[in-house]
Design a protein around this ligand. Structure first.
Ligand code: ZN
Length: 313
């Protein structure tokens, strides 16, 4: 059975996009509950300036609390070298740094152009390399706004592939593709994934980060897993929404993604019934926020969990 890793990003991508500041205890309760439902990779926060994102001010404490589970991969986002230092200090297992392919977006978001970002990435990689191999976290560059930018519009596909190659040329082992703005479609996703694979080799791109802003999230996720992508980011209840499109979901909804994959015969290791009850509990912690997803509203069909009619290849 093909194994797919679902990386829950709600405590980071979701929480950083909403007004509510969830307490450290609340975040740890969320992480604990998802772990109980079988989730084994969670992006728990980001090491950014607390002035910019007060929601993320307690990330070090959240990582520390989550470390009690030995088989949980604790991922964090960092915008720069300083964040990377903090992530290493906290002993996170996986560190991602976003590189916005739209230079205007990059300058606006992290006040760095592409040349400066590539320098920062090289410095982070050098720092990560100093950690003894047994304890060294995975370091990944997320190619954000890869499917289009709210400011610049279209992002050239050949440029996405060129930048993936440049990043990997710095000694980085992994790049990820991020549809930050929810503009992607399955054909575009296929061109970008296969383009990077052909130029750089398949092992260097194994994960995608998709948003459901225009309802294409699951279609894109399906194309990704059929191509052979093995890690998908998603967020419980699609938390986060989209600041530019009221009523639109944020990341793809973890519950709906698990439903699709498990029904098809992929193995996510997640107990969907348990996950749906996690959703109810976490929703109570965030009563002001909007929750998305169809599976929670409709419930599981009676035959869900029976042996799938056909195993996914
Ligand atoms: Zn995102």
């Amino acid at each position: 059975m093909t194994q797919i890793t679902i990386s829950e990003v709600g405590p980071r991508d979701g929480l950083q996009s909403v007004e509510t500041i969830l307490s450290t205890e609340g975040k740890l309760a969320w992480i604990e509950a998802e772990y109980g439902a079988g989730v084994r990779e969670i992006e728990v926060g980001s090491f950014v300036s607390p002035k910019l994102l007060p929601q993320m001010a307690d990330t070090a404490a959240v990582v520390k609390g989550a470390l009690r589970h030995k088989d949980l991969v604790i991922a964090v986002l960092v915008p720069n070298l300083r964040g990377c230092e903090a992530a290493l200090e906290a002993s996170a297992h996986k560190i991602s740094i976003p590189l916005s392919l739209s230079e205007t977006h990059s300058i606006k978001n992290v006040r760095r152009d592409h040349a400066q970002m590539l320098e920062e990435i090289a410095a982070c990689q050098a720092l990560v390399d100093q950690v003894p191999e047994a304890d060294r976290p995975d370091f990944e560059v997320g190619l954000s706004t890869a499917f289009g930018c709210t400011i610049e519009g279209a992002v050239e596909e050949s440029f996405v592939i060129d930048m993936a190659e440049r990043v990997l040329g710095l000694g980085v082992a992994q790049v990820g593709l991020s549809d930050t703005t929810g503009m992607g479609n399955p054909a575009q996703l296929e061109r970008l994934v296969t383009g990077i694979w052909q130029r750089c080799g398949e092992p260097h791109l194994t994960g995608v980060h998709l948003h459901n802003t225009r309802g294409q999230g699951l279609a894109n996720a399906l194309r990704a897993v059929e191509l052979g992508i093995t890690t998908l980011d998603s967020s419980l209840g699609g938390l986060g929404g989209c600041p530019f499109a009221p009523g639109a979901s944020g990341n793809i909804v973890t519950e709906d993604l698990v439903f699709m994959l498990e029904s098809m015969g992929y193995n996510t290791g997640i107990d969907l019934e348990a996950l749906l009850s996690v959703r109810q509990d976490v929703a109570k912690l965030l009563p002001e926020e909007e929750w998305f997803g169809f599976t929670a509203a409709a419930g599981l069909p009676k035959h869900f969990g029976d042996v799938p009619l056909q195993e996914a290849s």
